[in-house]
Design a protein around this ligand. Sequence first.
Ligand code: MLT
Length: 316
Amino acid sequence: MSPERVVVVADPIDREALGRLKSGPCRVVDASADPASLPAQLAEAWALIVRSRTKVTADLLGKAPHLALVARAGVGVDNIDMAATAARGIQVVNAPSAATQSVAELTVAFYLLLVRGLYPFISSTKAGKWERGTHGRELSGKTVGFVGYGRIARAVAARLVPFGAKAIAFDPFVPKTVDGTEMVPLDALLERADIVSVHAAVTAENRHLLDTRAFGRMKPGAFLVNVARGALVDEAALLSALASGRLAGAALDVFEVEPPMNKELLANPNVIPTPHLGASTHDAQARAGTDTVDEVLRALRGEPLTALVAAPGGTR
Ligand code: MLT
């Protein structure tokens, strides 16, 4: 009989999913409460489960001589050194659709907060003021430009229909329309969109895709929403675009460095910041845990995998 395979869980995942994994054909080592113990725990690991906290570097992989599988309980694999896993023949899987609805709903919430200009009134009312007056706009009739048109952006576009807003999209991996949304070049999108909504995976090629040049092409008074990855936006350029009035506001769930170091950006009255919460609902995390554990159990049983990640890139 082959020795029992060891699955190391590096980051906290849904408890019920963890329980199911423990009843599978493996020995589970839960290192999530003690990240410092992870390198030592990897000595016997056959599979490793991570969320985004653990950085799966070449150095960490070096501690895991028997590793065959890295499972990411989420979408982005930018915390995994994909070249290093490929070089070792280690398979990488993710949970590509677990967070779609949660991130889509957060995105729509951001649109409404920005367009209506609600954010300052929440704090001023809490501070005892009563600042009534005509303010903000409607989402109805606005054009949302999606930078990256994968699962999440498409889910947001579907939710725009009842609001009477229009969707256009740029995505080099989606050359033709998939759902009726007009696909346009990036510059055309920047020129037409009232809200530029970022939903791309980050790669070496698209770092700072939204930079001074891009902001200069956007409609005066447009908004930026980023729920994908901070590195897609040049934060210094964003601050200048907000200061000049080119952009009226931005809602950011992700930052170039997390937790964010850019105090000026956080303090800007036209910036709505949240701490990378897009996928952090109970619903999405239950789904991410279940999808990831199911995939690891398939791998343990030698069944075909359904969420293999080929290479970094693409949309979210
Ligand atoms: C994802 O890629 O799944 C989300 O950004 C959330 C996370 O990093 O866990």
